[in-house]
Design a protein. Sequence first.
Length: 365
Amino acid sequence: MAAGTSPQQFEATIDAAQASTEQAGTDADADAGGDWLLKLFAQTEQRGDAATAPPPSTDFIREGISLFGDGALSSDYAFARTALQQLCIPTPIASFSHDDASQTITLNAPRDLQERLRVTLPLEVRDEHHRYALCAHKSRMAQAIEQARQAKADEESWPALHYLWQQHPIMDWLSDRVLTAFGRHRAPVIQCPQVIDGEQAFLLMGLIPNRKGQPLLIEWQVAVCNAGAWTLQAFPDFVARTRFKAGTLANRNQGIDTAALQANLPGAIAAMKQHMLALQRRFAADMTARLSGTLADLQRLQGRQIEQLELRLAANQQAEQFKKTRREQRTQHIRKVFDEYRQWVQDTMTTEPQPFIQVLAAAVQ
């Protein structure tokens, strides 16, 4: 899957390997036990050693863009440390300590976090004193996991460290607390020296939901206004151009006149809306074709369900009146199930025509 191999190509490889093994006179008992599959992977590994070894599947995983971390420190650790430090000004929200060498944060969970962890973490993972150590150092985490595996039956078998990554509930809590630090309908204004003189940049997120309110398209763009002209720049390109990264921007502790930004904000929204509507039209056309195929498959499946019902009733030796009642009940149930599923498919695969646009931040020189 990581290499992009299609199911048909993989199936052909498996079938060819099995046929080759059978022709070579492999032991029948081994074949019956499925050993030919093990031999396939052994042969593949030997071929990789003899020639050029294939790249590991992890090479196909792209690292997400982050404004935190400097190579030496994990981006997740740098974000968590910075978020806690910022949220504790002026009133601490929790007592915590951090260690850059081991990339570990030790946190005493406040009341709102305790309530969240009571729902999101299993009982055996929660600490009775509500004290959690999160580590982003992979080798230390592997060591902690191995120590937990070697624990005796009467000892604690869960690692003493939690892995510090984006999916941890404590990271979700931190993200929510950072977002709520800004008031409603507000966004930060950031002074960035690398922004061109006179240029204004609005970091925007566009979202296209389906009829159920679930996001189908999410796009981050930067609307750049320069001398009255608007252009859209992909967020990674803007970050690379302006070296927009935490730790590189000095807080001048000076007020910023946002009148010009407020005046240009409608133009940024209009440019982003036009971009999202173009994406929505292309996406909706593709989804419409897929929806037509799915509905046609459902119609054929419903017809086969009715056919199977008729076959079972024809083989039934009971009275005709009983079979008539049974036919009406089952037919009504089949239609109800398929009608509900059709509606679910249509609501899931049909996009709303109007995008949701959120202003994440603005950047000026």
